[in-house]
Design a binder for this molecule. Structure first.
Ligand SMILES: N[C@@H](CCC(=O)N[C@@H](CS)C(=O)NCC(=O)O)C(=O)O
Length: 354
């Protein structure tokens, strides 16, 4: 090798080393940015994630006769457990009422609240809580017995309305009747089973809630499903979101990007059936980033590279979860509607996994 070649090689090696150093720093940067999460530490020390759910609303969170929970909110918590504990089954579900859900979240007794909770500005800004993102786009509506002969909410003047305290439903009820110059008689009952028993026994004419709750109630509790109708009006938007405390930003990021991962996996065609194969053989740069073959995403969140694969393996993508719990073929039989992907006429949209 001539002296000039040696000098060239030496310069090349130095450049290579500098480039490698820069690359290493570039990858270190997101790692350094991902702060440790006290909530994750607590979950790992405990060996299970504690998830606040409803006391029973089919499709969202409901235990079966053997005590096994299922539903969209439930699967979201299983996804979180798969991400941070490596096992979607390591979740303890804590049933909460409408009224005690926020105090229990604030007390630290649960790691996340996934309980058909509507995202509103006052809740977001004043409860020391962070809303993770919309897991289900719902709307508030009315369930009535067919024999009432009512086809529109505008015909409900003077009705007795069953409503649960501690919900946004109460305020929506007052606003809607006032705005339409109608009166109503509230029948306020805290326990959902008692409220439903009262409604189906005819103690109130109308049951006001999220349309998903009404569909679940009618499917599971109505003496005869065909005797009850959900009126067409949706009197208020009701985006349902998981909630975490605002004291742990790193946990909030994991919670938010777990939801986004479920949506992004559906959009990119990653399913529980093909995720292992895609992880080993996909050439698609986006899929490789999502599944941690190309590093960056997991490191930014402070998770290991397998987190996304484990989530999809445990619960499937958003579409699979929806189909299993709420979609056509289930007792709720709800079309995707607003809960379809943004490129299929719905509102679900995850920011890029980059
Ligand atoms: N999405 C509304 C309503 C949530 C809610 O608590 N709905 C009641 C039905 S009206 C429910 O799910 N109850 C189940 C339970 O009490 O366990 C909110 O966040 O305020």
């Amino acid at each position: 090798m001539s002296p000039s070649e040696t000098r060239f090689n030496a310069r090349f090696i130095v450049r290579l080393a500098v480039a490698a150093g820069l690359a290493a720093t570039a990858w270190l940067a997101p790692q350094a940015a991902s702060a440790a999460s006290p909530t994750v530490d607590k979950i790992r020390a405990r060996g299970e994630l504690v998830c606040g759910v409803s006391q029973g609303s089919a499709g969202l969170s409901l235990p079966d006769s053997s005590g096994r929970w299922s539903g969209l909110d439930v699967d979201y918590c299983r996804a979180l457990a798969a991400a941070v504990l490596g096992d979607g089954e390591k979740v303890r579900f804590v049933p909460l009422s409408s009224a005690n859900r926020f105090p229990v979240l604030q007390s630290g007794d649960i790691d996340v609240l996934a309980r058909n909770t509507t995202w509103t500005v006052t809740r977001d800004a004043s409860l020391n809580a962070l809303f993770v993102g919309t897991l289900f786009y719902d709307g508030q509506g009315f369930l009535v017995p067919k024999k009432l002969g009512v086809t529109s909410a505008r015909q409900l003047n003077g009705a007795a309305v069953c409503v649960q305290p501690g919900t946004v439903n109460e305020q929506n009820l007052v606003d809607y009747f006032r705005a339409n110059a109608m009166t109503f008689r509230p029948v306020v009952i805290e326990s959902l089973p008692e409220l439903e028993a009262a409604f189906y026994a005819g103690r109130c004419d109308v049951y006001l809630s999220d349309a998903s709750t009404l569909a679940a109630s009618r499917a599971n509790r109505a003496p005869r499903v065909e005797d009850f109708v959900i009126l067409p009006e949706r009197i208020q938007k009701s985006p349902l979101s998981p909630v975490v405390r605002n004291s742990d930003p790193a946990w909030f990021q994991i919670a938010r990007w777990t939801l986004n991962l479920l949506i992004e996996a559906e959009e990119t065609g990653i399913t529980s059936a093909n995720v292992d194969q895609l992880r080993t053989s996909s050439r698609d740069p986006n899929i490789r980033r999502i599944l941690g073959v190309t590093p960056g995403v997991a490191e930014a969140l402070g998770l290991d590279a397998e987190w996304a694969r484990r989530i999809v393996k445990a619960v499937g993508n958003y579409g699979e979860i929806y189909q299993r719990n709420l979609g056509p073929g289930t007792r709720l039989n709800l079309e995707r509607g607003q809960n379809a992907l943004w490129n299929q006429g719905g509102l679900l949209y995850a920011p890029p996994f980059q």
